[in-house]
Design a protein around this ligand. Structure first.
Ligand code: GDP
Ligand code: ADP
Length: 280
């Protein structure tokens, strides 16, 4: 039996399950496809079977809010050139099994080195519009003359692997997600030191034409205003110095995941402690 939650029988098991809320009651580890599942192995089959039934009943009688759908996704937002991709690259490198990237759709052209299906799904305007009409997206936006969107499938693909889903999206997409009760993500805003430094970094990246660069800088002013306004994001990561910015991002995420984990561990532990064998 696999439920989207964490079951920990000890503090060390809780520590081991630092990232996912997957939960599995079984005596057989190979039975579960999910990663970093915490297993509860019971001494005999009969007892295990009864606990499975007990937990299934307990979980199904709870309202949906208590049984979460896994770890909260992480949305990272900030002006073009603020350092989102650079920070995320470091995060994926440090925690390859914990975080998974939500691969967006876009109508912009690939840059050298960008792979279809890895960095983006590069599509035509017609394909994008068709997919929007079919209701395939959680959110969409137009940025600097190109369409972008997060498909339901992109997020599900990551969540099905038991990973924390990471979305790199701009402000209008963030607003759409904030206004829906869909993802309930943690919201991170990456703030550059100044517009002047942002311009230097964007020019240094050598990915933009002069026109696209000016569009990005114009949008950046509004984005910084919205992003740094109190209450719009859970944290603002100031990216003056890359090492410090990464440390701030990392610390925030780890703290948040531990908090989420702690809440679930407490919740499931109390369920298990109420379990009486053979009373299902
Ligand atoms: N709303 C929304 N924004 C996206 C999505 N994918 C990327 N973006 C944002 O689109 C903007 C432009 O991205 P990109 O063309 O890759 O340029 P870069 O940010 O300068 O590297 C960035 O602010 C991204 O965060 C998406 O699926 N939805
Ligand atoms: N703290 C920093 N100091 C100097 N350059 C940085 C810093 N952070 C990122 N960069 C550089 O700025 C450019 C834009 O960063 P990038 O991660 O591509 O931004 P974004 O994904 O937000 O558009 C890249 O060339 C990157 O190497």
């Amino acid at each position: 039996m696999l439920l989207n939650n964490v079951l920990c029988r000890s503090a060390s098991a809780a520590a081991a399950a630092t990232t996912t809320r997957r939960f599995c009651v079984t005596g057989n580890r190979s039975a579960s496809p999910c990663q970093r599942t915490v297993f509860l192995c019971l001494p005999n089959v009969q007892r295990q079977h009864n606990l499975q039934q007990y937990l299934a009943k307990a979980f199904s009688s709870l309202n949906g809010k208590m049984v979460k759908q896994g770890p909260r996704p992480l949305v990272i937002c900030g002006p073009s050139g603020s350092g989102k991709s650079t920070l995320l690259k470091k995060l994926f490198k440090e925690f390859p099994d914990t975080f998974g990237f939500s691969v967006s759709h876009t109508t912009r052209k690939p840059r050298p080195g960008e792979e279809n299906g890895v960095h983006y799904h590069f599509v035509s305007v017609e394909e994008m519009q068709g997919a929007i009409e079919k209701g395939e997206f959680i959110e969409t936006a137009v940025f600097s003359g190109n369409m972008y969107g997060t498909s339901k499938k992109a997020v599900e693909n990551v969540q099905h692997q038991g990973k924390v889903c990471v979305l790199d999206i701009e402000i209008e997409g963030v607003k759409q997600i904030r206004n829906s009760d869909r993802l309930n993500p943690l919201l991170v805003f990456v703030n550059p030191p100044s517009i002047e430094e942002l311009e230097r970094r964007l020019r240094g990246r050598q990915t933009e034409t002069e026109e696209s660069l000016q569009k990005r800088l114009n949008t950046a002013r509004k984005e910084i205003e919205y992003g740094t306004e109190a209450g719009n994001f859970d944290v603002v990561v100031q990216n003056n110095n890359l090492k410090q910015a990464y440390e701030d991002l990392r610390n925030f995420i780890v703290r948040e995941l531990e908090t989420q984990q702690g809440q679930d561990v407490f919740f499931v532990t109390s369920l298990v402690s109420n379990y009486k064998p053979f009373e299902v």
